[in-house]
Design a protein around this ligand. Structure first.
Ligand SMILES: [Zn+2]
Length: 283
């Protein structure tokens, strides 16, 4: 079933847990994540990032995401991740997505406010929640490691974040506090105190991007500080890769469909472990 972003965040606040927000730009990953939702019964955000257009288009996989989520008895949010402009987000909403992110973080502040407000106005008419972003995270959702390290000078300033939320009316906010997209080249230095300050100053749930590769304790401390949505892709996609690797040397395996089935199992185990970590912070 579909639930709204606001409803899912309210659940996470009440239970004091984090929501797994899993990018599924390949079908086996999508099936696996739906299975995890059904087994755990907790809300999961299925998302598609605009940058994944290089793998598959939202027009092709989006309807499958919508149909599988609606058909399931488990609760899912369908989220357009890192929408770069209002037209792309509108395309996602027309397909049936019911939540979105507008990423204006590369724009200057005033321009970021302008485009984010425009998306909030469109989304509000449809009762849809919007994630905005302020501050920059390096790398991207395509696993591009960039430098693989966070630059403290790019951390989000809590007062700027508070002004941004007031000016735009976003439902939740992606901010920079030490994580990066893609694979980590060295251990991330998370600024927990900054998360607490961002949560207190903005009054909205904080979103973690670059959520792959932290320890269970690190995720859980971020959740305690006010992170409610954790974006996840790189490690799930790597789990699919790791699952098929041994089969490549097996002379009895020569059908791609066998690899696809193994990939699905690999993602399922990885995402289920991730979901369980995020949901074991409550009492
Ligand atoms: Zn991101």
């Amino acid at each position: 079933m579909l639930i709204g972003l606001q409803e899912a965040l309210a659940y996470a606040e009440k239970k004091n847990v984090g929501l797994a927000a899993v990018n599924t730009p390949f079908f086996e990953g999508l099936l696996a994540t739906i299975d995890v939702g059904e087994r755990t019964g907790v809300p999961i955000i299925l998302q598609f990032a605009q940058v994944h257009e290089s793998i598959v288009s939202i027009e092709d996989i989006g309807p499958a995401m919508v149909e599988l989520a609606k058909r399931s008895e488990a609760p899912f949010v369908l989220h357009v991740d890192h929408g770069e402009n209002i037209d792309y987000i509108r395309t996602g909403l027309e397909i049936g997505f019911n939540s979105c992110m507008i990423d204006g973080s590369l724009l200057d502040y005033d321009e970021n406010v302008r485009v984010t407000r425009e998306v909030v106005e469109m989304a509000t008419e449809r009762g849809i929640g919007v994630e905005g972003e302020i501050g920059m995270m390096t790398g991207n959702e395509n696993g591009d490691p960039s430098q693989g390290v966070a630059d403290a000078s790019l951390y989000t300033d809590p007062e700027v974040a508070a002004a941004f939320v007031r000016a735009t009316g976003v439902t939740c906010l992606a901010a920079s506090f030490g994580t990066v997209h893609g694979m980590y080249r060295r251990k991330p230095e998370l600024n927990y105190e900054l998360i607490s300050q961002l949560r207190a100053a903005t009054g909205v749930p904080i979103v973690m991007h670059g959520g792959s590769g932290l320890s269970a304790e690190e995720y859980q401390e971020c959740i305690r500080r006010g992170v409610r949505k954790i974006n996840y892709y790189t490690y799930a996609a790597k789990a699919a890769y790791d699952a098929i690797r041994p089969l490549l040397d097996d002379e009895n395996v020569f059908l791609f469909s066998n690899l696809a089935a193994a990939a699905r199992k690999g993602v399922e185990a990885d995402v289920e472990a991730f979901v369980n970590i995020l949901n074991s912070t409550g009492e």
